[in-house]
Design a binder for this molecule. Sequence first.
Ligand code: SF4
Length: 491
Amino acid sequence: MAIATALRRFELDTRPIHPDTRRALDRRWAELPEHVKTPNQLLGRCAVGCEGTHGVFPKCNLTCSPCYHSADANKVRIDGDHTVDNVARQMDFLRQVRGPRAHAQLIGGEVSLLSAEDHAQALLAMRAVGREPMSMTHGDFDYEYLLDLVLDADGKPRFEKVSFAAHFDSLMRGRRGAVRPRSEAELNPFREKFAQMFVDLKRDHGVNRYLAHNMTVTPSNVDEVEQVTRDVLEMPFDMMSFQPAAFIGDDRRWREDFGEVTIDAVWERIEKGAGQKLPWQATQFGDPRCNRSTVGMRVGGTFAPLLDPEDPKDIAARDRFLDHFGGMIFGDVPKGVLTVKVIRAIAAHPGDIAPLIGLARRVLRRGGGVRRVLRAARRGKLSFKTFVVHNFMDAEQVAPAWKLMEQGIVADDPLLKETQERLGSCMYAMSHPEDGRLVPACVQHSVLDPIENIELRRILPLPTTRDGIAPQVVARPAGLTAVRSTGQPAS
Ligand code: SF4
């Protein structure tokens, strides 16, 4: 009996596509609006989309313009137990609905205001249900905090890999050493210092990293996107993500006409910074008005895209991959299990081997050939890079469009209809186990965050001097980092 159970388990573990993943993908595809069911669509074919937390640590200690956090976010106390409980609950629900594996962002306020221990527990809770967590931060913390996060009480790594998305741009206020930056270039030493911490972490403790660089783009800094791209490409960030600013969150922090910055304008400047075209049309996450991305190999200064949308052989290889291997889980799978899984997948579709090898050859050719790639690898000049633009929508449209969607009404107004189409194809969801819903992040920030914050202020009030409570210490490191106190007690 035990042998039969073990065999069944082994069969499931090594099955190329887990049945829960298959179900989640099929449901995702069925629910997508028709206009995004294009051959290049990845949602419902190899991905369910990204996930994010909400209401788990709303506070932040920087003041940026714009700021997507609710106006009352800083009136909510940081509380590690609340964070970990709610992260676990939200992620459990995502596991039920979205299957055994997805990328999820630990996001809300500033993650480094959590104690290192609470931060680690939240990451572990996410990993426990198959989420690959990424901590979203302004990056203004020290190496000691990172060590406290990654190492357990015995000084041993509790993670093989950590992922962070660090937000750096000149619209941010209050960073130590760059309280009011006048240019993007002024932030380069801070970007480098942040990324270097993770290089040191690998050197000192063998912990791997995935680093994203996030930049909000407004008319003020759009012309600096080109130089930021050039500069950050030389740093050990794996992803460069740009977000044209939207009118969501705290309206006291809306200073400019953000509407002037389009997804095309940002992409053009990224291409100028990269010194070449960055073809993105071969793949699409959700609606093209929301997202644009491309991934490839950087060989020296050349970016070799994984897929060239103009090459029919690349497109044929993409289609074979999506049809036969979309939904395969590679991350966090023991090597032996992964090997059997890959062998089973290839054995089921032996005709895919030649087209996929052909694709790999073409990528190498685009990178300048095998010799150049090997030379670059030896010199540490070989890396994989992803470029992303994510175009959030304004609350003014999201709120009425969502209200109609909840009533099952398709808007007549063209702008609201477009908003509904984009929300319906959303690739970035937040989890509401209390009422069994997943909602787009645009809806979370535009509609739900302010309501949630009212309740959060009630259950996690800031201490007041009237209460005789000492100012709250929000960072309680596990012993190595200096204690930092944020915020004054309300009077
Ligand atoms: S969060 Fe908003 S902008 Fe992003 S994919 Fe979803 S609907 Fe589109």
